[in-house]
Ligand binder design. Structure first.
Ligand SMILES: *[C@@H]1O[C@H](CO)[C@@H](O)[C@H](O)[C@H]1NC(C)=O
Ligand SMILES: *[C@@H]1O[C@H](CO)[C@@H](O)[C@H](O)[C@H]1NC(C)=O
Ligand SMILES: *[C@@H]1O[C@H](CO)[C@@H](O)[C@H](O)[C@H]1NC(C)=O
Ligand SMILES: *[C@@H]1O[C@H](CO)[C@@H](O)[C@H](O)[C@H]1NC(C)=O
Ligand SMILES: *[C@@H]1O[C@H](CO)[C@@H](O)[C@H](O)[C@H]1NC(C)=O
Length: 428
């Protein structure tokens, strides 16, 4: 659980070593990487067929792979716990942050449901900056408050580039923004850089979320000073809308033609081979209202398989990005002194997009082209549905949004050289 892991970090590093001007030895850097709706077995250390060598290198070269790591069942509650070290109700995110705004009669004015990281908790970067003398920076998804007093720069981040809400278009094609107020994904403004709200039209032509967040974080690190750093990289991949560079989608072509049940079986078998599951564990069977693979028409199968190919390509690209950060840390000789945590924020997303009460669904009809040929591109807007999500969460039950193991059990990897060196090694 978060508490145990963050208490652990602070136990391990005595508080006086975090205070300014004390120890001459370099204090550790922290790099916290969060993936968005990444399923338990979606990366190779947990049994995935998707290429994730960089994440795997964190686990295999002296890192620790967590097999019993739990989060909240959705995004902003988890992020509020991660950044405050406390229960998400205390932190003001008793419910998804957007819900208070959307349903004020239900949640408005209720303590614990403010819908933003409230002022009764200290944010981790505030503590590290003020008490520890750290430089603090973040890029990626925020989802912990939308107005000026609630943005990353007001919660301890000296440098930031953030997607304020969730579910942004990965290629920054946001046709509805200028024309109407849509669902939460499309409420302008969408981005903030330090104290400035950013018009999404001001972003580069070749914008792709994972690439851009990573490049910006590397730039912040590069422009940083001699203080140790706390860096938070919050990808929005592989959250829908499913979109990835075309050449990567091509790499996964045909890989999922046997359907979600076959993927589920393969992931389970791989977990057994890796020793993550014993032979006698039975996988929970979950029924959905989707047409099962067996009864799908050929073109329905092809479409569904392609949604999974795109999803895989998104994870592949996120791993490439993590490789760029790891390279940067090696190049600047900081890798060994950087505590790296990689985690997902909740289980894989099993919702049927069309069932969400989002304006973006109408918009998807009006503004998007979800033909087989076009999905994965900037002008498409799709998710992959419950069966693929359940395959990523097996043997556990259900997926994101449920307080079942499939909603709250997440991949997590910690890499920090001194933790595993013989003199300081402890079991985590
Ligand atoms: C964002 O840019 C578009 C296109 O240039 C413009 O129409 C719109 O008014 C801008 N919005 C804001 C908030 O600046
Ligand atoms: C299937 O649909 C029924 C009726 O709409 C609903 O009550 C049920 O919860 C759905 N089941 C799942 C697993 O989504
Ligand atoms: C980093 O740690 C590894 C493993 O302990 C060691 O082989 C390597 O020399 C260290 N690199 C630096 C730059 O200290
Ligand atoms: C949708 O996209 C595909 C391929 O990108 C294209 O061939 C097709 O004409 C588009 N459909 C519409 C209605 O624009
Ligand atoms: C979508 O991306 C293509 C390049 O892949 C680009 O040529 C096109 O202009 C983009 N469309 C929109 C509406 O942004």
């Amino acid at each position: 659980m978060f508490k145990s892991i963050f208490c652990f970090i602070f136990l391990y590093i005595p508080i006086d070593t975090l205070q300014k001007n004390t120890s001459p030895s370099p204090r550790p850097n922290f790099l916290i990487i969060v993936a968005d709706d990444l399923g338990y077995t979606d990366i190779s250390p947990y049994g995935s067929e998707i290429s994730t060598p960089n994440i795997e290198s964190l686990a295999s070269n002296g890192g620790t792979l967590f097999t019993d790591f739990h989060t909240a069942s959705t995004c902003s509650p988890t992020r509020s716990m991660l950044l405050s070290g406390t229960d998400h109700h205390l932190a003001g995110i008793g419910q998804m942050s957007d819900m208070t705004e959307r349903y004020p009669k239900l949640w408005g004015g209720k303590q614990g449901y403010e819908g933003y990281l409230n002022d009764r908790v200290a944010a981790l970067p505030e503590i590290l900056k003020d008490l520890g003398g750290y430089q603090t920076m973040m890029t990626g998804k925020w989802h912990l408050g939308t107005v000026k007093e609630q943005i990353p720069s007001k919660r301890g981040f000296e440098r930031s580039f953030a997607l304020i809400h969730g579910a942004g278009n990965h290629f920054n094609y946001e046709p509805a923004v200028a024309t109407e107020r849509g669902g939460f994904a499309l409420n302008p403004p969408l981005y903030v850089r330090d104290d400035e709200f950013i018009n999404h039209t001001a972003l580069p032509e070749d914008y792709y979320s994972s690439d851009y967040f990573t490049s910006e974080l590397i730039r912040f690190l590069d422009e940083g000073d001699e203080r140790s750093f706390f860096a938070y990289l919050a990808f929005t991949a592989p959250h829908w809308p499913l979109q990835a560079p075309n050449e990567l989608i091509e790499k996964y072509k045909g890989k999922y033609d046997a359907g979600p049940d076959a993927l589920r079986a393969a992931r389970l078998e791989r977990q057994r081979q890796l020793g993550l599951l014993t032979r006698n564990v039975d996988s929970m069977r979950v029924s959905t209202n989707e047409t099962s693979w067996k009864f799908m028409l050929d073109d329905e199968r092809a479409f569904s398989a392609k949604t999974m190919e795109i999803y895989a390509a998104m994870i592949h690209r996120m791993d490439d990005s993590i490789g760029r950060i790891i390279d940067y840390l090696h190049r600047t000789n900081q890798f060994n002194n950087t505590f790296i945590l990689f985690m997902s924020d909740n289980g894989a997303e099993g919702v049927v997009l069309e069932s969400l009460l989002l304006q973006s669904i109408d918009q998807s009809v009006t503004y998007f082209n979800n033909s087989y040929e076009n999905i994965g591109k900037n002008t498409s807007y799709i998710s992959y549905g419950p069966q693929w999500a359940y395959a990523a969460m097996a043997p556990y039950r259900m997926a994101k949004g449920h307080i079942t193991e499939g909603g709250v059990r997440c991949p997590a990897i910690v890499h920090f050289g001194p933790l595993t060196s013989t003199s300081t090694s402890r079991s985590v």
